[in-house]
Design a protein around this ligand. Structure first.
Ligand code: HEC
Ligand code: HEC
Length: 458
């Protein structure tokens, strides 16, 4: 299965992957330099037959179809959409290549740096995500006239109108299955100048089937532009409320999870009850009346993820990586070798990850995949100054190494979609990626063409 081809020139071969596959402290010092080895950009054994949007093995066609249908379903005021929202279905944003792909929607965020240089997410003013729509005038549940205001960027924001592009979800379940150690090892293997930061985050909704995850425990963040979320269950509930305005409650091992149970308040203004949306209140003790879809009491050690959220997570878990486009193996080899030699692969690793033998989320065991990311965050000079409350400015500039698979389906690149070509995205690389960008600019026409062709074939 190895896709690394030993140098025919008999160079001393040093491979980053040798270090990145060992656990911390096992003797890999890091500090490895650019690899003088011939490396294919795409794994040659990756199947070419499937189409984007197909499932991985391990789920029945009927179950996958049901999960996909939930992801695509457009919700309404009666289902709990609003009071403010960005869209009414997951599938309305994640569209490129197939349902679940990247998108062209650019979301908007704002925030503020205080005098001490700390980030304030302005949560009390509706930040940092600015929902772009209000449900508008409607008759509330108590017969009252409702008209939730549109959220606007507040005057006190000094980080303004920051864009966030919709990311692709192909292969997300494979990433979710990785143990923290697979990501931590990447940081240890990187030379100091490009070393990424491990973003360990609190888990609000774990995968209950994974004994290593618990409510309030930590896991290495890996999802979203800032690697700010560690599990697909959590991202699902988070997106449901933040993108669509649908609030949910969950139980995991008897613990009631209310982090996603309260409505967004337009610029911090609470809607009167019954004016948040038209989903009926449920009157379950301990659960806010504004929760559109609660699970109920968690007594007796109950574990239950709200059904839509569970279906979204199921769909994303089994969404296979988008298959690559056929490419001349010589171009694939030359392109990958150039990509490696100029340092792109220091962050966009040309290594295969392998899922655990029996992944807790049900994806195939011992499955090889190549997302071309270290799942670490870096400052490459594109940072947007948006972070979590209390973050330093340095933290707010770091972005996850964007996985470089499925690129041929994409029309926009970088976290704010500012680039419309791969070359345009490369040109924006500075900071920790400045050296590799300069090396790219000095490539011969042939090397440059091979590298871009290899990237576009994926
Ligand atoms: C209005 C458009 C929009 C809608 C609707 C939407 N998303 Fe997204 N999605 C985004 C954007 C933008 C990002 C990147 C967010 C970030 O990191 O700031 C994203 C990222 C994600 C990610 C992270 C993937 C990765 O690359 O790590 C997941 C998972 C996800 N969305 C799931 C969902 C689910 C589930 C729904 C429905 C409940 C949904 N999204 C609805 C725009 C949308
Ligand atoms: C120090 C780590 C690092 C190095 C080295 C690096 N990148 Fe990146 N790359 C990133 C990060 C971080 C992002 C996301 C930046 C953003 O969205 O603002 C990114 C984004 C990209 C994207 C856009 C992907 C998307 O989904 O929008 C492309 C294409 C890309 N890099 C190609 C390259 C190439 C080619 C090289 C070598 C010339 C390279 N990168 C070197 C870290 C790196």
């Amino acid at each position: 299965m190895s896709n690394i081809i030993r140098s025919r020139l008999g160079h001393h071969a040093r491979v980053l992957a040798v270090c990145s596959s060992v656990v911390i402290g096992a003797g890999c010092s890091g500090g490895e330099d650019i690899v003088d080895e011939e490396v294919a950009f795409s794994a040659v054994d990756q199947p070419l037959t499937a189409v984007a949007g197909d499932p991985l093995p391990g789920i029945t066609a009927a179950d996958f179809a049901a999960a996909k249908e939930a992801f695509e379903t457009e919700e309404e005021l009666e289902d709990g959409v609003g009071p403010i929202f960005n869209e009414i279905a997951c599938g309305n944003c994640h569209t490129e290549g197939a349902i679940g792909g990247a998108g062209v929607q650019i979301e908007r965020r704002f925030g503020r740096f205080d005098a001490a240089g700390r980030f304030d997410d302005l949560a009390n003013r509706g930040g940092s995500l600015r929902q772009l729509f209000t449900v508008g005038p409607f008759t509330g549940l108590n017969g009252q006239s409702c008209n939730p205001p549109l959220e606007v960027e507040p005057a006190e924001a000094n980080v303004r109108n920051v864009g966030r592009l919709t990311t692709p979800l192909f292969g997300a379940g494979l990433i979710d299955s990785l143990p923290d150690s697979a990501i931590i090892a990447n940081a240890n293997a990187q030379p100091a100048a490009v070393r990424g930061t491990i973003n360990r985050v609190r888990v609000l909704i774990p995968n209950p089937n994974d004994p290593t995850q618990s409510v309030g425990g930590t896991r290495v963040g890996r999802f979203g532009w800032k690697a700010g979320v560690a599990t697909l269950n959590q991202f699902s509930a988070d997106a449901y409320v933040n993108e669509m305005g649908i609030t949910t409650q969950h139980c995991v091992r008897g613990v009631s999870i209310l982090d996603f149970a309260t409505e967004s308040k337009p610029n911090g203004i609470t809607s009167p009850l019954g004016c948040d949306d038209r989903a009926p209140p449920h009157g379950v003790a301990g659960i806010p009346a504004e929760t559109d879809d609660p699970v109920g009491s968690c007594a007796g050690g109950l574990t239950e993820i709200q059904d839509d959220v569970a279906l979204f997570a199921q769909f994303m878990t089994f969404l296979a990586p988008a298959p690559r486009v056929a490419i001349d193996p010589n171009v694939n080899l030359r392109g990958g070798t150039v990509f490696n030699a100029i340092g792109c692969a220091q962050c966009h690793l040309l290594r295969d990850y392998v899922t655990p033998a029996r992944p807790a989320n049900g994806v195939p065991g011992n499955f090889t995949f190549r997302p071309r990311s270290d799942f670490l965050t870096h400052d490459i000079g594109t940072g947007d100054n948006i972070g979590n409350d209390g973050d330093s400015q340095a933290t707010t500039r770091r972005i996850r190494t964007a996985p470089l698979w499925g690129l041929h389906h994409r029309t926009h690149f970088l976290h704010d979609g500012r680039a419309t070509t791969i070359e345009g995205a490369i040109a924006q690389h500075g900071g920790q990626a400045a050296a590799s960008r300069s090396a790219f600019n000095s490539l011969s026409a042939g090397d440059r063409a091979a590298m871009l062709a290899a990237m576009r074939s994926d």
